[in-house]
Design a protein around this ligand. Structure first.
Ligand code: NAD
Ligand code: MG
Length: 376
């Protein structure tokens, strides 16, 4: 599924393209310098209106280049820009309205296109606005964080947050294309890069033991931002996410495997307050280890496997301990409230060791508590 198109583009890092099987298949392009490739950016365009949505950190770095490349490729385009503030607190219905207003001001027609230039916050917000404007116009994802390249830009989930919870208002809306310029990762704060690597490790843990070992062998190059290594890790992660979401687009089954580490992780994020403490990727790192230990306690993965995962996370500079001050009982209470908890009780993605995971309903709460108590 991976075509090496480097020779045709003249890019310094070979361009990789994979195609996601979906109702309307779409390409994911990965390579350094792609934001300057006007022909590639304009390829999915069907009409004459393009709205670039970005945030206050990313726009000063990359929006001029994207706009210039698009203009050069399509001089007749009507292009507008819409910026939001940076951070999760901006993924709101108010900012959704702002994007809608910008589309109205542009006079975007049904063949218009939204370009989401940024991390998962911009991608989710702009994607939801594109899903709603005239009942759905095209969205092209231009992810600039590792997390958005390997996770949020692929699969078609879009949403905003409301005070009652994260991602509670949204839609499934698959992109027309994903264009991941790995050179943008050079300006990403190192902590954000590591958070994205936690989700990369997740793919290895749940479905690809070989990838997990490859990550282990190349952790140093990945942490220093080596373009070719990162492109490889992104391509492999996207292939896994694409394959799983193609088989189960609406999360009726297998797609839930992507939540490995997330039940514990979400509880940690919610209990500490989203604005401080561990970020999402870090909470998922801790959550994966807790899920691995719970699996070992229940006789699935071995304790040796769990320990190996801990060592790997540590090599990637990721946290492995529950932050001090978070009570096991309080975390358990949060998990009971998790929107993924079904009538059948606590549901976890449990681990069978490198490359294999399963969905388990009705997990015994006392086993969960015991794992949390040991991790304090
Ligand atoms: P983010 O979008 O907030 O970006 C993180 C920070 O990095 C921001 O301050 C941003 O301005 C800055 N930044 C982004 N790219 C940069 C760059 N190249 N150089 C310098 N700074 C840069 O966070 P994120 O981690 O990308 O995404 C998190 C969001 O993604 C959450 O809202 C989460 O719910 C969502 N998400 C969605 C899905 C999905 O399937 N739709 C999956 C996973 C996560
Ligand atoms: Mg996640």
């Amino acid at each position: 599924q991976l075509d090496n198109l480097g020779a045709t583009t003249g890019m310094s890092t070979p361009l990789q393209t994979l195609t996601v099987a979906a109702a309307t298949p779409y390409p994911i392009h990965i390579g350094a310098g792609l934001l300057d490739d006007g022909a590639l950016l304009a390829q999915p365009l069907r009409g004459r209106h393009a709205l670039i949505v970005s945030d206050a950190n990313i726009a000063p770095l990359y929006a001029d280049r994207v706009e210039a490349a698009l203009r050069a490729a399509r001089p007749e385009l009507h292009i507008a820009r819409h910026l939001i503030g940076a951070g999760e607190a901006e993924k709101t219905l108010a900012n959704f309205s702002g994007v809608i207003d910008a589309l109205a001001a542009l006079g975007a027609s049904r063949d218009g296109c939204v370009y989401a230039l940024g991390g998962g916050v911009v991608g989710d917000l702009a994607g939801f606005a594109a899903a709603c404007w005239m009942r759905g116009i095209d969205i092209v994802q231009l992810p600039t964080t590792l997390l958005s390249m390997v996770d949020s830009s692929v699969g078609g989930k879009t949403a905003v947050d409301i005070p009652q919870g994260k991602n509670l208002v949204g839609a499934f809306h698959i992109p027309r294309a994903v264009i991941a310029d790995t050179a943008t990762l050079r300006t990403l704060p190192p902590r954000e890069l590591r958070a994205g690597l936690a989700e990369v490790i997740k793919y290895g843990a749940i479905v690809d033991a070989g990838f997990l070992h490859w990550l282990d062998a190349h952790h140093a190059a990945l942490l220093t931002g080596d373009d070719a290594m990162l492109a490889e890790a992104i391509a492999c992660s996207c292939q896994h996410k694409a394959a799983i979401t193609a088989r189960d687009p609406l999360e009726h089954g297998e797609r839930a495997l992507l939540n490995f580490g997330h039940t514990f992780g979400h509880a940690i994020e919610a209990e500490q307050g989203y604005a401080e403490g561990l970020n999402h990727g870090e909470a998922v790192a801790v959550g994966m280890l807790l899920a691995a230990r719970l699996s070992a306690a229940l006789g699935l993965a071995s304790w040796t496997d769990a320990e190996a995962l801990r060592a790997l996370l540590l090599r990637f500079g990721l946290p492995v301990d529950v932050p001090a001050g978070l009570a096991p009982e309080a975390l358990l209470a949060r998990m009971r409230l998790d929107k993924k908890v079904q009538a059948s009780g606590l549901r976890f993605i449990l681990w069978d060791g490198a490359g294999a995971a399963r969905i388990v309903a009705d997990v015994d709460e006392s086993a969960v508590l015991a794992v949390l108590r040991d991790a304090g």
